[in-house]
Design a binder for this molecule. Structure first.
Ligand SMILES: Cc1cc2nc3c(=O)[nH]c(=O)nc-3n(C[C@H](O)[C@H](O)[C@H](O)COP(=O)(O)OP(=O)(O)OC[C@H]3O[C@@H](n4cnc5c(N)ncnc54)[C@H](O)[C@@H]3O)c2cc1C
Length: 435
């Protein structure tokens, strides 16, 4: 089952590693075998999903455990669907359709595995909605002793707030049980608006709309707002035409974006006028479609990203500081800043743990160095008690993160109990959780 390791890199091309071995198990028994082999041979073992984290959270020089072949529906009980951990989010519409179910909320893309997405706290937007981990009711893990651990509301329930969002630090997830919802439509309204109008009424817009988000275009006074409203699946479905969908979500958002970004790299002073032009040609449309068709869009232009979770009410002040800083530094920023929201939850390492949350995500084209932009703005985020997305670039360590999470030490205690020898460790986990 073990093959020689091959060079691996993440989607954002900002992390790379060469594992000693790669294992591609196709059953839970084979996962157990790999974990026991690693333990007996003193090797670290690290599950990898779709490699869509921008941090080195999935990197290893030991055994890379690719469980892509452990996929599909394991069981369905009412709205609760148990999925094998290597299932990709893009498989879900077809898998859930026979049961008339859907995910309650989704992020921007669907390339991730369910295990990878929940392990890093992947989220979408919606003031009354949480990320994928909040929709998980039970998990099954292969632990460092080579055993199987079931965690649910009735089995080892004390571990649930850790195991649903575990950074890959507690064991190998082999399945997750998700509380789905009846399939639904989303009515999408997307339009350009004035920065001040949206920012001044941000909290109200989040409260009034099921799923509200907006993109700030640096060097302009315009934002692109997206209002998604939930409708029953029986409502009138008015999808975008094939051409309109391809034009905006694929051609404009990928091909034209890449051309614009390359031009910005070659001639940085053109970035502000290009951004102003972009705000005039994108995003003024309304349509109604199945939820996953609205939540998700293809992302083929590579970028790097840092995203911070901050108290919901701090978003306007932070955005104004960021805009002032971009002007003061003379940076040329071609990528929009994405702003989203989530409900407070009770997961120990969730970026929305214990507080209504706003998310502010900064992007840079992968051919541009993001270091100064991200590092400087990170200081603003920290001053507002921000928490970095576990799968997106940041510079925090365990010492500074301990103060950001009231249950940080509870999580570390669970890790000490389940993986005292750090079989599932790597350099990133050592940095953010401690040795
Ligand atoms: C283009 C793009 C768009 C994105 N959009 C969003 C967004 O809208 N919202 C958002 O929140 N994030 C977003 N992300 C971030 C992304 O959702 C997360 O980084 C997610 O973790 C990636 O999932 P993955 O399957 O690629 O996992 P990987 O990056 O491969 O792994 C992530 C972690 O999960 C662990 N893991 C994987 N499988 C298992 C397993 N079986 N058992 C235990 N641990 C496991 C890994 O060890 C690692 O620690 C985006 C990323 C990209 C590149």
């Amino acid at each position: 089952m073990l093959a020689p390791g091959e060079p691996w890199q993440n989607w954002g091309r900002c992390e790379a590693a060469t594992p000693l071995h790669v294992a591609r198990p196709s059953s839970v028994d084979e996962v157990v075998e790999v974990v026991r082999f690693a333990r007996d041979n003193g090797l670290a073992v690290k599950p990898v999903g779709a490699g869509h984290s921008f941090t080195a959270i999935a990197a290893t020089t030991g055994i890379q455990l690719d469980i892509a072949a452990v996929e599909g529906v394991v069981a369905v009980d009412g709205n609760r669907v148990t999925l094998a951990a290597g299932t990709n989010l893009h498989q879900l519409p077809a898998l859930l359709e026979p049961f008339g179910l859907a995910l309650a909320n989704m992020g921007d893309i669907d390339r991730q595995t369910v295990a990878g997405a929940t392990s890093t706290g992947t989220h979408g937007t919606g003031g009354a909605f949480g990320g994928l981990a909040t929709q998980i009711r039970a998990v099954t893990l292969v632990t460092a002793d080579g055993g199987i651990l079931r965690v649910s509301e009735t089995e080892n329930a004390d571990l649930l707030p850790a195991a649903r969002l575990g950074l890959g630090a507690l064991g190998v997830l082999v399945d997750v049980t998700i509380e789905c919802v009846p399939a639904f439509l989303l009515r999408a309204v997307e339009k350009p608006e004035r920065f001040d109008d949206v920012v001044d009424t941000w909290a109200q817009r989040v409260a009034d709309t099921d799923h509200f988000e907006f993109y700030v275009w640096p060097h302009t006074d315009t934002v692109l707002s997206k209002y998604n409203t939930r409708l029953p699946v029986t409502a009138d479905r008015r999808p975008l035409s094939r051409f309109a969908s391809w034009w905006e979500d694929d051609f404009m958002s990928n091909t034209v974006l890449a051309a614009k970004l390359n031009l910005g790299v070659a001639v940085p002073r053109l970035t502000p006028p290009i951004n102003r032009f972009a705000t005039r040609i994108v995003g003024d449309r309304a349509y109604t479609d199945l939820s996953h068709e609205v939540f998700v869009a293809p992302r083929r232009t590579r970028f790097r990203e840092m995203e911070y979770a901050v108290p919901l009410e701090a978003v306007p002040a932070i955005l104004r500081e960021i805009r002032a800083l971009i002007d003061a530094k003379g940076w040329r920023i071609s990528f929009p800043i994405e702003v989203r929201a989530a409900a407070a939850d009770d997961l120990w390492l969730s970026t929305a743990s214990g507080r209504a949350t706003g998310y502010i995500a900064l992007h840079r084209y992968y051919r541009e160095d993001p270091t100064e932009y991200f590092r400087t703005i990170e200081q603003i985020m920290i001053s507002y008690d921000g928490r970095p997305h576990w799968g997106k670039m940041h510079n925090r360590d365990a010492e500074s993160l301990r103060g950001a999470y009231p249950h940080f030490d509870d999580f570390v205690a669970v890790r000490d109990r389940l993986d005292p020898g750090r079989l599932f460790g790597n350099a990133y986990l050592e940095r953010v959780l401690g040795a």
